[in-house]
Design a protein around this ligand. Sequence first.
Ligand code: SF4
Ligand code: SF4
Ligand code: SF4
Length: 177
Amino acid sequence: MRYAMAIEVNKCVGCGDCVVACQTENNVPMGYSRDWIIEIARGEYPNLFMHFESQRCNHCDDTPCVRTCPTGASHVIEGGIVKVTHDECIGCGACIEACPYDARYFHPDGYVDKCTFCDHRVADGLEPACVSVCPTTCMHFGDLDDPDSDISKLIKTREHYTLLPEAGTAPQIYYLK
Ligand code: SF4
Ligand code: SF4
Ligand code: SF4
């Protein structure tokens, strides 16, 4: 089992519904977020294209955030989902420093929080909240180890890129061109 997300950037309209859904589903406090939208130019001159990207923790295969955590609060669960056990987090911020994606934030209650791939929903056979509300269905979630899953087929057949591959973390959110 290897969970991943694929996002069709040419279908994202930047509406922010994914951000609101995540805040509601995961009780993210006002002023904070586990996911966010950026508008960015990709490609190389003269073939530049502008689009929106819905970003969040990349649930990397190689996890500096987990390696640097002194308490084991940051850890990886089945399916490669990277999580933080809030009770074990001492708020040292080592994981925030280590993450090249700025994907974590200090929760006002004194621990670090981030995207969980909505593992509580996935355990119930549901899609992550952000994926489920997207009005253009540009986000796809599933098991890359299953060659018949939609996400496996998309990644096999569509041109794609990941964020900051040079950071060496092997991110598991794929942006489909
Ligand atoms: Fe860790 Fe950052 Fe990768 Fe998420 S995006 S797994 S927080 S290094
Ligand atoms: Fe671990 Fe919490 Fe420190 Fe992050 S802030 S490294 S999760 S103890
Ligand atoms: Fe938020 Fe869940 Fe989407 Fe992660 S997968 S950004 S926790 S709604």
